[in-house]
Design a protein around this ligand. Structure first.
Ligand SMILES: Nc1ncnc2c1ncn2[C@@H]1O[C@H](COP(=O)(O)OP(=O)(O)O)[C@@H](O)[C@H]1O
Ligand SMILES: CC(C)(COP(=O)(O)O)[C@@H](O)C(=O)NCCC(=O)O
Length: 329
């Protein structure tokens, strides 16, 4: 595995736009890409093969120009946050325990959260300060289908109320407090349900990436009007992956069509019944699921959290990142 040496501070390659009063600076793609020119190339052939084996038709220029500089920025944040923790421990006169740096990745179903998260995981592993990078998706904290049915919300999978928020908060507090071997339930897209008894184990990583639709959602007020912590209160950095709704809809349908000729063929698949549909019927089915569940969730719950992210990645119709908004204030 190729490694890069040290995340030296980045010199801005060109002026960036900041709208007066906005906490974000806007970086167009060319500006951002220029930041990568100064970077040591962290890939060797084996690394490239591993990235491509992630199964995505990922453009490697995109990785070099967008995700590599982003991983460098994140490595700088990890260093800075670590120093801040050390200072707090010195102030409190405590023995210091390193806690994972937590990155939230939010955005619509099918916008490319998993792909972004996995690429960042691979890149961050190459920085010297963060060799151990774990990734969890919040789908493991969805209520099992039986419970969704009992609550009458089976058609609202992915909406905030379909998650066991308490379990999610317990999980992230344990990870953040530096506990070893913290367990999370596992969701299967094949069975479309939580896998009974299966667990993902997070064991004191340097970085934990938490990916999911609603990771930036604010805490919901309790019955007595008080407001507790939200998942995002435990994030050290957050990314919202953004794109036009009509593009995301197309990506959703395209993915559905690919799964139909792949995973849906498995009789164990929840969607096996769709494997025998004609192309036209399959498109209609995918659009039906998109328009009744995922698009309303995007509109009502997911996109409204965009402004809470530290970084917004805006995609074009071909998945390329067109520009970024980075929160400076
Ligand atoms: N950067 C990218 N380049 C090309 N295709 C991508 C990229 N990101 C995502 N995709 C494709 O878009 C679809 C949705 O991506 P995925 O990461 O599964 O989304 P999410 O996790 O948000 O549901 C998949 O078919 C994936 O292969
Ligand atoms: C499992 C999901 C809710 C995503 O969960 P996340 O990991 O983002 O918390 C989503 O992929 C999903 O299955 N939505 C239900 C509608 C559909 O089948 O597309």
């Amino acid at each position: 595995m190729a490694h890069v040496t040290s995340p030296e501070p980045v010199r801005p390659a060109a002026p960036v736009n900041q709208t007066p009063g906005s906490p974000f600076v806007e970086l167009d793609r060319a500006t951002w890409a220029r930041l990568s020119n100064e970077l040591e190339q962290p890939f060797d052939e084996a690394d490239l093969a591993r990235l491509l084996a992630l199964g995505d038709r990922l453009d490697l220029d995109e990785v070099r120009e967008v995700y590599l500089p982003l991983s460098r920025l994140l490595a700088l944040y990890v260093e800075g946050t670590d120093k801040l923790h050390a200072a707090t421990s010195r102030f409190l006169g405590e023995h210091r325990r390193r806690t994972p740096f937590v990155i939230g990745v939010a955005g619509s179903v099918a916008v490319g959260k998993s792909t972004t998260a996995r690429v960042l995981q691979e890149l961050l592993r190459r920085w010297p300060g963060t060799p151990k990078v774990d990734l969890v998706t919040t789908d493991g904290f969805l209520f099992p289908n039986a419970e969704l049915l009992r609550r009458g919300i089976m058609e609202r999978k992915g909406f905030p109320e379909s998650y066991d928020q308490k379990a999610l908060l317990r999980f992230i507090s344990a990870v953040k407090s530096g506990a070893p071997k913290v367990e999370a339930p596992r969701y299967s897209h094949l069975s479309y349900d939580i896998v009974p008894g299966e667990r993902i184990v997070v064991d004191q990583p340097d970085v934990l990436i938490v990916e999911g639709l609603n990771v930036l959602a604010p805490a919901r007020p309790r019955a007595d009007g008080t407001v507790g912590l939200a998942l995002s209160d435990f994030f050290d950095f957050s990314i919202y992956v953004d794109a036009r709704t009509r593009d995301i809809e197309r990506w959703y349908v395209d993915r559905f069509m690919r799964l139909r000729s792949g995973a849906f063929a498995d009789p164990a698949s929840f969607f096996h019944r769709y494997a025998s549909l004609s192309d036209a019927e399959a498109v209609t089915t995918a659009l039906g699921i998109w328009r009744s569940i995922n698009e309303p969730n995007l509109r009502e719950n997911v996109r409204p959290t965009r402004g809470r992210a530290r970084l917004v990645l805006s995609k074009d119709a071909d998945h390329s990142i067109h520009h970024m908004l980075l929160r400076k204030l």
